[in-house]
Structure formats: C-alpha cells, structure tokens
Design a binder for this molecule. Sequence first.
Ligand code: ADP
Ligand code: MN
Ligand code: MN
Ligand code: MN
Length: 343
Amino acid sequence: MTKFKLEYIWLDGYTPVPNLRGKTLIKEYDSFPTLEDLPDWGFDGSSTQQADGSNSDCVLKPIRVFVDPARKNGALVLCEVMNPDGTPHASNKRATILDDDGTWFGFEQEYFFYKDGRPLGFPEHGYPEPQGKYYTGVGFKQVGSIARQIVEEHLDLCLECGINHEGINAEVAKGQWEFQIFGKGSKKAADEMWMARYLLERLTEKYGVDIEYHCKPLGDTDWNGSGMHANFSTEYLRTVGGQDYFEALMKAFEENLEDHIAVYGPDNHMRLTGKHETAPWNKFSYGVADRGASVRVPHSFIKNGYKGYLEDRRPNSQGDPYQIASQILKTVASVPTAASAAA
Ligand code: ADP
Ligand code: MN
Ligand code: MN
Ligand code: MN
C-alpha cells in the first residue's frame, strides 16, 4: 500500500470570478486511484462564500483525477461542489451545462505576469518600449529572464498530468503570455482549462510572481487586454457545414449577443472596444481571417466549403470555460441543420 496525497480542488463562491481552492487528503491505495476509488469529501463553505457559518458543510464530489507531477505520490482531484442533500451547489456551474463529445473546443488563455503591482518587466516608473516586438518575441529585452522559465515549467506540468495542452506563445503586451487547451466536449475542455489555471497559480508561488487574469489590467491605454478566444467545431460543422448553414449560425450568434456577453467574462466592455484586435462588445460581426471581428472565420473554413472550426474572439481571460462552452452549444443547437430540417 502507498500513501497518496490527494489534492481536492474546487471553485469557490466568489463572484463574478471564482477562485481555485485546494486541500490535501492522505489515503492508502495499492496503485494510483481511479475516480471510483475517491471518496466524497467536505469543507467549510463559510470560508469560501459558499455557506453561512451556522450551516457550513459543503460536499466535494470528485469528477476528474490527474497525476500530480509536482508531488511524490500525488493526485490532483478536480471536484464539483454539492449541497449536503446531493444537489449541485449554486456555485457549481459545471453540473448543469450543455455537453456534447462531438463539439470540440480550443481555448486560448491569455494572461499577464505581475510583480509589484505591474506587468513583469515594466519599469517602476513609466512604460517599457511600446508593444510591437513582444508577441512571439525572443531575447531578454523582449521576454525577460523568468517568464519563459515559468511558462516552460507550466507546459511540462500540464503535459505530464495528461492535460490536452496545445501550445504557448509570448503575447502582444510586455509580460503577457498565452497557452492553448483543446478538448472534445464542454466538460473535458473546460475541466482541463481550470486544471491548467490551477497548475499555473500554484507554480507562481515559488517565483514570487502573480498571474493577472483581468481582461484589461492596464485600462484605457495602448496596451492589449487578455482574451480567451473560444475555437469551436461541431460534428456537423466539420463534416457538412455549408454557406447557408454558416450564415444562419452567425445570425443566431448575432441574435443571442447578450446571452454570450453575459458569460464571456467580467469587464469585457473595457477590452472589447474595437481596438487592439477586438470588435466592439455590443455589435456582432464576423470576417474571414479578421482579428477585428467578433468571430474569425479561418481561411481553411471557406476553402473547405464552409466546413471546419470557428473562433469566437470575445470570451475573456477571466471567463468561465464551462459557461462559455455551454452558451456556444446552446446557440448552435438553436439553428436547424439540413438534416434536422428534412426530418
Ligand atoms: P490564433 O492565435 O491564431 O487565434 P491558436 O493557434 O492560438 O490560434 O489557437 C487555435 C486554437 O484552435 C487551438 O486551441 C486549437 O486547439 C483550436 N482548434 C483547432 N482546430 C479545431 C477544431 N476543429 N475544433 C475546435 N478547436 C480547434
Ligand atoms: Mn492564439
Ligand atoms: Mn492570443
Ligand atoms: Mn485566437
């Protein structure tokens, strides 16, 4: 028997952006535990804005388990928060989202490294060289000394624990980076995004650097904000598609603009201004290879006869990938396909 360190991880009750929380349970197993081997556990919800002090017990229900590459005999146990009666807690958005294995999501998480209240690499007073050469840049002048070290270590952690990490790049602003997570199904993709965020947060502890996820940390200046572009494709879009269907889909996106913006992350009006590779938040648009549109249509999509994936560029860096994926699925499901129209 081996004593395993099980890190139970959950989202707390803070709004509009939940925090990641975790605590460790030691338990003996013959070999690395499967989901079925892991018991429900509890925590004090009155300390996480999930319960009153008088009735504070919340339940942690394991839903995914990963090897913890940073800990000897460690497991990362992603959980949903439940009420004692077994119903999903109000803060548990995952429990009720739309999910479909045939719909694939690729999230591009942008974020800033922050130290001493400013982006990593910013001087104490004033600004560094304007943005231009930082995106995909190389060299101390562009990316500094420890950012890439953190990014690389984070990448290795994600790959070692089996997260479907797809890539990294230095972003447009100084101190800003991106990683991409891909998954088949809302829950799979979003679970892995939350786990990747957890691993990044935990990693920064030893570097004394913070992650700033706000979508426009430098406000109304000539510095880019942070998004979490949601690339998506349904089975129908990948295999049938077509111009008529595509146009009907975009019309549905336009009609449901408010429902999308409502779950695309807080303060998005600060970021979706029409500048800095964004479209204004209150006007829906789409365009081929257009990074100033709400939805970017890749060249390959048109070349393949309106088939493939689309990129909704509006979700931001603090958005909840569960709710973002679910809203996209909801709008897609409202549009009849040729097959459903014929039925
Ligand atoms: P860019 O920075 O040019 O917008 P990235 O390479 O950063 O693009 O991200 C593209 C994303 O698209 C990746 O996360 C990838 O997983 C995702 N993607 C590629 N093909 C598909 C597909 N068929 N369905 C859903 N997502 C996809
Ligand atoms: Mn990208
Ligand atoms: Mn980007
Ligand atoms: Mn993108």
